[in-house]
Every structure is written in structure tokens, then in C-alpha cells.
Design a protein around this ligand. Structure first.
Ligand SMILES: Nc1ncnc2c1ncn2[C@@H]1O[C@H](COP(=O)(O)OP(=O)(O)OP(=O)(O)O)[C@@H](O)[C@H]1O
Ligand SMILES: [Mg+2]
Length: 273
């Protein structure tokens, strides 16, 4: 059907092919490692990352911080193998992402995007997208955990309400909570959260943050963070500048660093550099 076709398009990365003999991913830890990664986008003159080494401990919660264009989103794209590295390897639980099928790789990674895409289908179908065949009870449970059930149940048709052009228009915060509900259903060991750049209304902001806390428990989490309040409570901060990893440490460590980038951003109370 229409949704499956759309999903097939979104899941396919241009130029990335499953290798012959690629196995099915079976990640449980969410241990992420960039091993000497050099990466250059097609059409760019110079590599974005050169010899990048990063190792993320399973269960840790990591913030990616840095100015626009510094390479935060690209980091999350290489984990999903939306592009192949130029040289070097990206490993999850010790397995090169090129050695598993793209479908099975992405089934182990839950993504809450900055501006979640919803399909012109019912809210229930939009939530179940992460796990086709989910029961109505499972969908409602995920919506509850995501702080989405209250606004959904207030709609005249509840979970059957259509989204989009001929249906209900959702606010940015509501769409993010639908995406969080999807992620609960996906129940993946690795979670990537791309925080919204523009601020949500303050009620939505609180509901999104509360739901995210619940979702983070027991997973490895990578957050592209724009809010200082988010960054401060995570375990580790990676500060990027022009593709280079400039600083790596906890909030407490990095604010103490004389002349540090993070320290300066903190003093300005702005993470946008
Ligand atoms: N598909 C692409 N093709 C070519 N260059 C790209 C592509 N996507 C990103 N880039 C370039 O790579 C660099 C890093 O981009 P990236 O999206 O990772 O930055 P970012 O840190 O997420 O920035 P922002 O805070 O604006 O989201 C930028 O210079 C960008 O122009
Ligand atoms: Mg980005």
C-alpha cells in the first residue's frame, strides 16, 4: 500500500547497497564505534571528517553539539549507513554496519527526527509504522508513554483520526510525541534524537522532554542537542567544529576547561556557536 511504498523510499539510501552475504543485524547493546573514519560527501571538495575515532559506551547518553554545518547530523547518518564512509569503519556492537542488511540495521535504531514526517493516514497507523502488526493496545500503550494519548483521545475520532491534508493538523510538539510513540514501539537498543531547533510551546516542551526521559532508559542515546538544559543532564558531550571532534567530556569537565568551546557556549547560554 501507499505507506509501505513511502517507507521503502525513505529506507533506501542513494548509492548504498546491501553487500552480498550481508547478515541480519542482531544488536542488543548499542555500542557505537567510529574507527578511523574519513568521510567526504559526494560533490564536496574536502572530507568533512578525517580519521575520526569515537567510542560510545552501551547505555550512555551522548550529546552532539556544535555550530551549524559542523557535522552533527552526518554523524547520525553514518550510524544508520545512509552513506558509506570514505575510509574507516562504523561499528555497532563490534559489527561493521556494511556487513548487515540496511533493513535490519535500521530496525535496531529508533529515530526521533527534528521535524517528524507523518503519513496521510490515521494516528494509529502513524504510530504503528515502527512495528507493522502492532495491536491497538500496544499502540495506545506507546502513545501513553510518549505523552501523546491525552491529545489523541481528545480528538473526535481518537486513534482513527486522519493526519495531514484532509485530516487533523498537529503542532510540532504533537508530531514529535507521535514520533516518540513510534520509538517506544520500535523498542530499539539505540536511540537517535534530533532535538527541534525552533522552540515548541512550553507545555509541549515539557511533555516532549518528559517522554524522552522515559524513552532513554536502558538504551544508548545520541542527541543532537540545541538546548542547554538537555545537554547538561546527558553523560557526555561531543563538541564538533567543521567536522573535527574538538572536545569530549561531561558538562562538569567541559565547563572547567579554560578557553574551551563548550565553556564559551555555556557562558553565552547558547549552543549554536
Ligand atoms: N547531502 C549532502 N551533500 C553534500 N554536503 C552535505 C550534505 N549534507 C550535509 N552536507 C555538508 O556537510 C557539512 C555537515 O553537515 P551536517 O548536516 O552534518 O551539519 P550539522 O552539524 O547537523 O548542522 P545543523 O546544525 O545546521 O543541522 C555541512 O557543511 C553541509 O553543508
Ligand atoms: Mg543537523
Amino acid at each position: 500500500n501507499e505507506m509501505e511504498e513511502l517507507v521503502a523510499i525513505f529506507d533506501q539510501a542513494p548509492g548504498v547497497q546491501d553487500h552480498k552475504g550481508a547478515g541480519k543485524a542482531a544488536f542488543t547493546q548499542g555500542d557505537v564505534r567510529f574507527d578511523n573514519v574519513t568521510f567526504q560527501y559526494p560533490g564536496q571538495d574536502t572530507p568533512l571528517y578525517r580519521d575520526l575515532d569515537v567510542s560510545i559506551t552501551p547505555g550512555s547518553r551522548v550529546a552532539l553539539v556544535g555550530p551549524s554545518g559542523s557535522g552533527k547530523t552526518t554523524f547520525t547518518k553514518l550510524i544508520q549507513r545512509l552513506y558509506d564512509t570514505t575510509t574507516g569503519r562504523v561499528l555497532i556492537d563490534g559489527v561493521d554496519v556494511r556487513d548487515v542488511t540496511q533493513d535490519s540495521l535500521r530496525a535496531h535504531i529508533a529515530i526521533v527526527p527534528q521535524e517528524p514526517m507523518l503519513f496521510h493516514r490515521s494516528l494509529a497507523e502513524n504510530i504503528a509504522y515502527a512495528r507493522p502488526g502492532a495491536t491497538q493496545a500496544e499502540i495506545e500503550r506507546a502513545a501513553q508513554l510518549a505523552n501523546a494519548s491525552a491529545f489523541i483521545e481528545r480528538l473526535p475520532e481518537g486513534y482513527a483520526t486522519l493526519v495531514g491534508e484532509r485530516g487533523v493538523k498537529l503542532s510540532g510538539g504533537e508530531r514529535q510525541r507521535v514520533a516518540i510513540a513510534r520509538a517506544f514501539l520500535a523498542d530499539a537498543p539505540l536511540l537517535i534524537f534530533d532535538e527541534a531547533t525552533s522552540s515548541l510551546d512550553s507545555e509541549s516542551e515539557v511533555l516532549v522532554q518528559d517522554a524522552m526521559h522515559r524513552l532513554m532508559a536502558g538504551r544508548t542515546v545520541i542527541v543532537v542537542a540545541h538546548r542547554l538544559s538537555t545537554v547538561m543532564e546527558l553523560d557526555r558531550i561531543l563538541v564538533f567544529s567543521k567536522g573535527a571532534l574538538k572536545e569530549d567530556g561531561s558538562h562538569a569537565e567541559l565547563v572547567r576547561r579554560e578557553g574551551g568551546i563548550y565553556r564559551r557556549l555555556f557562558e553565552l547560554q547558547s549552543l549554536e556557536g
